[in-house]
Design a protein. Sequence first.
Length: 326
Amino acid sequence: MSYDGKLLARARDELDRIREKNAAERTRRMTEAYALRPELRLCDDRMREQMTELVRLTLSGGEDAAAKIEALREENLALQRRRGELLAQLGHTSDWLDEIVSCEKCRDSGIYRGGVCDCLQRLYNAELTRDVGVLLKNGDESFEKFNLTLYDDRPLPGGSVSPRETMKKVLSSAKDFADSFSVGAGSLLFQGGTGLGKTFLSACIAREVAEKGFSVCYDTAASVVGSFEAQKFSRDESADARVKRMLSCDLMILDDLGTEMPTPMAESALYTLINTRLVEGRSTIISTNLSFGEMEKRYSGQVCSRIRGEYRLLPFIGRDIRQIKR
Ligand SMILES: [Zn+2]
């Protein structure tokens, strides 16, 4: 996985803050414990002195060094026991005053076995996911708030199933997708007219998936094309980082497919995004007002056949909710 330098720096800053917070908490504990049991401070001071003595004895290696080291060890064990008793009197475990780390694996260094530790990766994903903020502008998108009663409970002319029945299934599929999301969860196509809740449901999924620590990216088709163009023609660094993120995030939400300008560049950018993510087994949610027929007129067979063959279709039907609400 390649990292966006700016985002990685922000993730590391966050790790610094975690370290500072832990250090401050440790200082607070020491102040409290030393005030209640001053003997604890004496134990700690003496144990530090012992460390220095131990180093000196080991380096000097004089005749009686071994005996002195042994005596030091005995004294140290006795001090540790006494320290444990004092802490127990205060109702704490013997490691209560030790260094506090949030991640045992890397001890908050962010590096594990020469690579990025899971904890730093999670912070990095959180930075990636800030993008989703654009989508989650209301901040209250949740499946519970998806109002099925806004959809007719009678079939539309010529249909046999009511919009409400259809949307009930769509809602439950979207929920399942978010609940069980993992890398390789497959891709979804939200298809249907304007104002039927496509963006709202994508936001619900984005929120849940992001909260699980996966990286989520959101963008409209027009803006995706803009980023690819900027990357290609102006060698814009932030566009380059953005394109890489769209290609490599765990879940990409491509909103409003079909509202971008129909140019060869747009076709190529969208094909690259859709195809690369499919080949690498990454999930994408596309929402569009276009029917399959309209898609075929607009895009090459390659783009259409990939979407048709590999995406799970969730059809949004009904009347424009925004008009009904008014
Ligand atoms: Zn870690």
